[in-house]
Design a protein around this ligand. Structure first.
Ligand SMILES: Nc1ncnc2c1ncn2[C@@H]1O[C@H](COP(=O)(O)OP(=O)(O)OP(=O)(O)O)[C@@H](O)[C@H]1O
Ligand SMILES: [Mg+2]
Length: 238
């Protein structure tokens, strides 16, 4: 390991802050209203690792990803994502994590009145007002997912798989160190799902950390990686 990286790692350890690109959860309890979806959860993902979150419907995969993205605030415990103490962020500070992490939601939520390019560009401009040429970043991301020629089309004229790829371009346009993906192959055929997975593995090979929730047996067997299983029935009264 290069000397600087080694010293940098040591410095982080001394501060007690997990390194950039890593995820660390300790004793995390999260839920909604009167229920806890999971309690006392511990999780470590190393920088550059690829991890699947599995478990039956309702087990809490989406909830866990939302905790990592700062959308659901944990009731107890500590959550470090890319060196940021997410559990300490107030709701108005979640931009701090969104600037560092890319997220592909289960319902991919493209804005119907914006073109593919605008869907990628708008959140990029909001989160990163200082990027000099955001359009170039957005077009690069669309090119990476193979949709540069569809940049000026609206979501309703794109197939489900193409819309999913626009959502991926939106998540990676700011070149995040960590990518969170919630069943990104849930609504696409096996060919598109292989394309999406190859793209994720490319991002991973470039050094990105990927955490992906999935039910997709085809993906799990064809693209094996570490699997973290969330158990059902952990639901309990808060
Ligand atoms: N906004 C919410 N308000 C109240 N309860 C919720 C909310 N979102 C999820 N839940 C509940 O929390 C539990 C976990 O849901 P979650 O969406 O995290 O599961 P999941 O593992 O992602 O399931 P799936 O595989 O179907 O996507 C479920 O019992 C669900 O009903
Ligand atoms: Mg889910």
């Amino acid at each position: 390991m290069p000397e600087l990286a080694r010293r940098f790692g040591g410095w982080y350890r001394k501060l007690g802050v997990p390194a950039p690109g890593s995820i660390q959860l300790r004793n995390v309890t999260a839920g909604y209203g009167g229920i806890n979806v999971f309690s006392d959860l511990a999780l470590d993902v190393r920088p550059g690792e690829f991890v699947y979150l599995v478990g039956p419907s309702g087990a809490g995969k989406s909830t866990l990803l939302k905790v990592l993205y700062g959308t659901v605030r944990p009731r107890r415990g500590s959550v470090f994502v890319d060196g940021v103490a997410v559990h300490r962020l107030h709701s108005w500070q979640t931009g701090k994590i969104r600037r560092r992490v890319g997220c592909i939601f289960q319902e991919f939520e493209l804005l119907a009145h914006l073109t593919a390019l605008e869907n990628v560009l708008l959140p990029l401009q909001l989160a990163h007002p200082r990027i000099h040429d955001p359009q170039a970043y957005a077009l690069d991301a669309l090119e990476l997912v193979g949709l540069k020629d569809k940049a000026n089309e609206y979501p309703q004229t794109l197939s489900g798989g193409q819309q999913q790829r626009v959502a991926i371009a939106r998540a990676i346009a700011h070149q995040p160190r960590i990518l969170l993906a919630d069943e990104p192959t849930g609504n696409v055929d096996s060919r598109t799902s292989s394309e999406i997975m190859e793209l994720f593995h490319q991002l991973n090979e470039l050094g990105g950390t990927v955490v992906m929730a999935t039910h997709d047996e085809y993906v799990l067997s064809r693209f094996p990686a570490r699997t973290i299983e969330l158990q059902p029935g952990l639901l309990e009264a808060a």
